[in-house]
Design a protein around this ligand. Structure first.
Ligand SMILES: C[S@@+](CC[C@H](N)C(=O)[O-])C[C@H]1O[C@@H](n2cnc3c(N)ncnc32)[C@H](O)[C@@H]1O
Ligand code: SF4
Ligand code: SF4
Length: 323
């Protein structure tokens, strides 16, 4: 029988050194109700056992200690599916000046006034559901329409663009541009080394054509699409490596963001980067990587991202939206 919360032992966090990280992400659980084809969390090399759990009191305590030790200002709550631990996550959002939750939307959309909720959808129903599961598109749409749009939460949709769902970009935008949301963000697939999923672009020149279509969508729906055109240009095949490096050595996201995965025995582990271990930086499509570089080039590297002040400038760490 599990002990009441007040009797549960509270352990101290793993020692991640003295580095300062203005941003962090935390996988609050390795449990998920979906099994998406492209998901980096459940790759073989990553900590991911659903049995590994940290109790609520310990997680809140450890996040507070890590916040103070590493100077964390913004926290991205992820999983697995973070809404499986909704009460704890809502409590934990209060620990940080800027919090964002990335959710699959199937448990409804949480109300976090002044903060950002990013809801994942990977294209129109015909392309989303083979990736995220039958009925998921309609469930998420219902959740979007059921929420109170005046509750002060910034709600964005995010599409993780792969070689498979890229054909649906225009159809997706035509539909969701009518929804009561604050905008749509695009991020691109982050491959594993020797990726054999067929979801990546072996030749990045092929991805350039998709980037051009996102740029065209930005021009068509400037207030809905939250991508910066200069950032999308920085993702092009001729320059992308300048912002990632072969092994993440140029990646600002890797430098300024502490990834906290739920590791063995329910203690946090820090993988290679937010996308886990064994990633192939040469094909990295994480919008946030390039947007961080863009914002830094504009002298806006310290811009507020998730909080009330940053509501017009939201940029989720993994998926990265902006202005
Ligand atoms: C790992 S999920 C965790 C939160 C929640 N379960 C969800 O699906 O939103 C966070 C985001 O990462 C995206 N994602 C998963 N695998 C990816 C990959 N290989 N490359 C790029 N984005 C990916 C998902 O589509 C989702 O938007
Ligand atoms: S819902 Fe999120 S965590 Fe779950 S499998 Fe899909 S992308 Fe991964
Ligand atoms: S986020 Fe950075 S370190 Fe991680 S795969 Fe992308 S470029 Fe590499």
């Amino acid at each position: 029988m599990s002990k009441p919360r007040h009797q549960q032992a509270i352990s101290e966090p793993t020692d991640f050194g003295e580095g300062q990280y203005p941003h962090a992400l935390v996988n609050v659980t390795n449990v998920c109700n979906l099994d998406c084809r492209h998901c980096f969390v459940f790759r073989a090399d990553n900590p991911q056992s659903p049995r590994d759990k940290m109790n609520d009191a310990t997680m809140l305590h450890q996040l507070e200690i890590l916040r103070d030790k590493h100077g964390i200002r913004s926290m991205l709550f992820m999983g697995g599916e973070p809404m499986i631990r909704k009460d704890m996550v809502l409590e934990a959002t209060k620990l940080f000046p800027e919090s964002a939750i990335v959710t699959n939307g199937t448990y409804g959309i949480p109300s976090v006034p002044g903060h950002l909720v990013t809801v994942s959808l990977d294209g129109p129903m015909a392309l989303n559901d083979p990736i995220r599961g039958d009925g998921v598109f309609e469930k998420v749409k219902k959740a979007v329409y059921d929420r109170d749009p005046t509750d002060g939460t910034t709600v964005m949709l995010q599409m993780a663009v792969t070689r498979e769902n890229a054909p649906g970009l225009e159809e997706f935008l035509a539909e969701v541009s009518e929804w009561p949301i604050n905008g749509v963000a695009f991020s691109f697939y982050v491959p594993v080394q020797n990726d054999e999923t067929g979801l990546d672009w072996k030749d990045l020149k092929e991805r350039d054509k998709v980037l051009d279509r996102v740029i065209a969508l930005k021009k068509k729906y400037p207030h809905v699409v939250k991508s910066h055109i200069p950032t999308l240009e920085m993702m092009k095949s001729d320059v992308a490596i300048n912002f990632t490096g072969e092994h993440g050595e140029k990646c600002i996201l890797r430098r300024d963001t502490l990834p906290l995965y739920m590791g063995d025995g329910g203690q946090f582990e820090k993988p290679f980067c937010c996308y886990g271990n064994d990633v192939d930086c040469r094909g990295c499509g994480a919008y946030a990587v390039f947007n961080r570089a863009y914002l830094a080039s504009e002298g806006r590297g310290q811009a507020s991202r998730y909080g009330r002040d940053g509501a017009a400038n939201v940029a989720a760490i993994v998926e990265g939206a902006s202005e």
